[in-house]
Design a protein around this ligand. Structure first.
Ligand code: SF4
Length: 703
């Protein structure tokens, strides 16, 4: 045989999956990634999880989009039909970039002229770089003339951000997850880091090994529970009852930090009044956790030298998600567990750039750095800076945009890297909306379920093929460097967004992502002292940063909060039940989430061979006793139904799921969990209640 030798190269870049922000050495030869190793990034310190180590080969999938596509005139947009991604030519034809861009922008311009700015909307993506996110929101605001721009933060931590902004004037974490090493007590609530932030979980486990006390608080048990001092398995949806009972204990037993409360907060008296009714003894029946355990954990959290709280979607994805987060913030504020090593509030951010995309302004009510669109002086600043009039009204959020399509208000959309046909709640409703649009432009790396409804599809570059900065859950701005070339005619997203912008009369002439970053830094105080060159040189810089030659501040708010008077605001909360409670017709509670091996809607990981081999099919997890009650074995087909639809999938045995509850991951198109979920929103964060709805399960015909 002939032996061919390729020159192998190692290029350091980041991980395209979760918000931990691991840095990775990619070993590349002949334009292909051969394997990946953990690099010594500040967040991962050489560690990687299975996704980062083995999940990269979606990049070279034969299903990658390599040419622009235009919908055939006779191709119907059937709301519930499926398209074969291997043969898109039944619905789409290939086009040149020029034709596709003209058609994409032409359709947007037509709707703009005919129906006005409010008939347009855009979904950006937390998979995009900071520069792409910034340009996309600028296009929607300055080109479309509306604030109808949002992204998957709305389905993720929008309620946490709402609560944090209200209380302490910022939406980001107060300390990195590595701060767990300096804590005495660690609370992980409504999060499953071993599956969803696996490398962060290793730091928590290391801390426990060194003698720190860990409390895992969740209706489902999890791998981390094995390392915990206690697992508090409360009843789904009763978070506020449990947390208010902890706060009650701390106040009643005088364990709060008087000096801190007096000097650093407002609203303590109202809180004292509110939580009087929430004694652990009364709340025990509501949340299912014994009163003495509630008191024990509350005492330990309050008395310890340093306590830190981590939370995830189990807190945020509820109609009372903002209230849940308010309670966690109150725990920290009344005990002074913020601003010192080992203390803090850390909402574990989901996507690799959800922090950065939010910072960059992919949010309908704020410009970059959370500056309100409704404030005249801020709007004046951005109008001057961008050289155009801007919409004074906050835009619509993800689910509101879907509803506005049904109501006939929104008629055209530009979707960059999001997959609402899979990720939005009540999927039938969402897909019917996408099918109704007069004009839909989708820019992505695959022909996603959303792209099926597109009029024009623009092939994008994956994480591995472009330059950009990405901000992880720790507020670390990190560089993403191209590792391989994009396939076919796929182009970097910033260039494509610019091509659309120039066709919508915007005078954009950006030459590189570096130039975009420089512009962002002029209107984003968070990027002070951080330049593109510095991020390239140092690979990771934490914001906020006091000087160009000093590292950023990892632990924030030792002295004051970024509020008007420097103090935090305590907002007491009431008990709100989930929107849809179980009843005779739908007696179970359904909750949804992710799996270790699959990422969100599965667009990437289901095309990653190792990950798909490990978790190849949809399952519904339930307690072994639930299986027996149903009269089925693990692996048998069952049907799960809610008021919105029904899916058939295999039953899975899982002791971690309590009886009466079902867990379904939302990444499988063939049995899409979001057909079932409830679109009801939290009134503040506008986040849907993915974590709780009433469901029914029954045996199905076996194949
Ligand atoms: Fe990637 Fe997150 Fe896994 Fe790190 S922990 S390798 S960032 S998926």
């Amino acid at each position: 045989g002939v032996r061919v030798e390729f020159e192998q190269q190692t290029i350091q870049s980041g991980c395209p999956f979760c918000g931990v922000g691991c840095q990775i050495d990619y070993h590349v030869a002949d334009g292909e990634i051969l394997y990946a190793d953990g690099a010594d990034g500040p967040a991962n310190q050489n560690r990687l999880c299975v996704k980062g180590r083995f999940g990269f080969d979606y990049q070279s999938s034969p299903e990658r989009l390599t040419v622009p596509l235009i919908r055939r005139d006779d191709a119907p947009k059937e709301p519930h039909a499926k398209l074969d991604p291997a043969n898109p030519y039944t619905h789409f034809r290939e086009a040149t970039w020029e034709e596709a861009l003209d058609r994409a922008a032409g359709g947007l311009n037509e709707v703009l002229k005919r129906d006005g700015s409010q008939a347009l909307a855009g979904f950006g993506s937390a998979k995009c770089s900071n520069e792409e996110a910034y340009l996309f929101q600028k296009l929607v605001r300055a080109g479309f003339g509306t604030n109808n721009v949002d992204h998957c933060t709305r389905l993720c931590h929008a309620s946490s951000v709402a609560a944090l902004m209200e209380a302490i004037g910022t939406g980001a974490v107060t300390a990195p997850f590595n701060a767990a090493k300096d804590a005495e007590v660690i609370i992980v609530i409504g999060a499953n880091p071993t599956e969803n932030h696996p490398v962060a979980a290793t730091f928590i486990k290391n801390a426990v090994k060194r003698g720190k006390r860990l409390y895992v608080v969740d209706p489902r048990r999890q791998m981390l529970s094995r390392h915990a001092t206690r697992h508090l398995q409360f009843k789904p949806g009763s978070d506020v009852a449990l947390l208010n009972a902890m706060i009650h204990t701390i106040i009643e037993e005088q364990l709060y930090d008087r000096q801190y409360v007096a000097a650093r907060t407002h609203g303590f008296e109202e809180l004292v009044e509110k939580v009087r009714q929430f004694s652990p003894e009364e709340m025990e029946a509501v949340c299912g956790v014994p009163a003495d355990v509630i008191r024990e954990v509350a005492r330990d959290y309050a008395r310890s030298e340093a306590s830190i709280i981590f939370w995830g979607m189990g807190i945020s994805q509820h109609v009372h998600g903002t209230d849940n987060a308010r309670c966690l913030i109150q725990l920290a504020l009344i005990t002074g567990q913020v601003g010192r090593p080992g203390t803090g509030l850390h909402p574990l951010r989901g996507q690799n750039n959800v922090q950065g995309a939010s910072d960059a302004g992919l949010i309908p009510m704020v410009y970059p750095d959370y500056q309100s669109v409704a404030k005249q002086e801020i709007r004046d600043l951005f109008e001057d800076f961008w050289g155009t009039d801007l919409d004074p009204k906050a835009g619509l959020t993800v689910v509101e945009i879907i509803n506005a399509i049904h109501e006939g208000q929104i008629k055209a959309m530009y979707v960059l890297g999001e997959n609402p046909a899979m990720s939005d709640p009540d999927q039938h409703h969402a897909r019917e909306a996408l099918a109704r649009l007069d004009h839909l432009v989708v820019q992505d790396i695959f022909l996603t379920e959303t792209a099926y409804y597109a009029d024009v599809i623009l092939p994008a570059t994956s994480y591995y093929e472009k330059w950009g900065t990405f901000t992880n859950t720790n507020r670390q701005v990190q560089i993403g460097e191209p590792v391989v070339a994009p396939p076919g005619q796929a182009r970097p997203d910033w260039q494509t967004v610019q091509e659309i912008a120039t066709r919508m009369d915007l005078d954009w002439t950006y030459q590189s992502p570096a130039e975009v970053f420089t512009e962002m830094a002029q209107v984003m105080p968070s990027l002070k002292n951080i330049t593109w060159d510095r991020v390239v040189r140092e690979r990771s810089v934490t914001y906020p940063c006091d000087a160009p030659d000093r590292p950023g501040n990892e632990i924030l708010f030792a002295e004051s909060f970024p509020t008007e008077d420097g103090r935090a605001r305590i907002v007491p909360t009431d008990l709100l039940p989930p929107d849809e409670l179980p009843d005779a017709a739908y007696p179970m509670v359904l909750t949804t989430g992710r799996l270790l091996e699959h990422w969100h809607t599965g667009a990437m990981t289901r095309r990653a061979s190792v990950l798909e081999d490990i978790e190849p099919e949809p399952t519904v997890a339930m307690h072994p006793r639930q299986l027996r009650t149903l009269g089925v074995e693990a692996g048998d087909m069952v049907r799960v139904a809610t008021r919105r639809g029904e899916i058939a999938l295999k039953a899975r045995r899982d002791r971690n799921v309590p009886e009466g509850m079902l867990f379904i991951p939302f990444c499988f198109e063939e049995a899409a969990a979001n057909i079932l979920t409830n679109p009801q929103l939290d009134p503040f964060g506008k986040i849907p209640e993915f974590k709780f709805c009433a469901a029914r399960i029954e045996p199905a015909a076996q194949p």
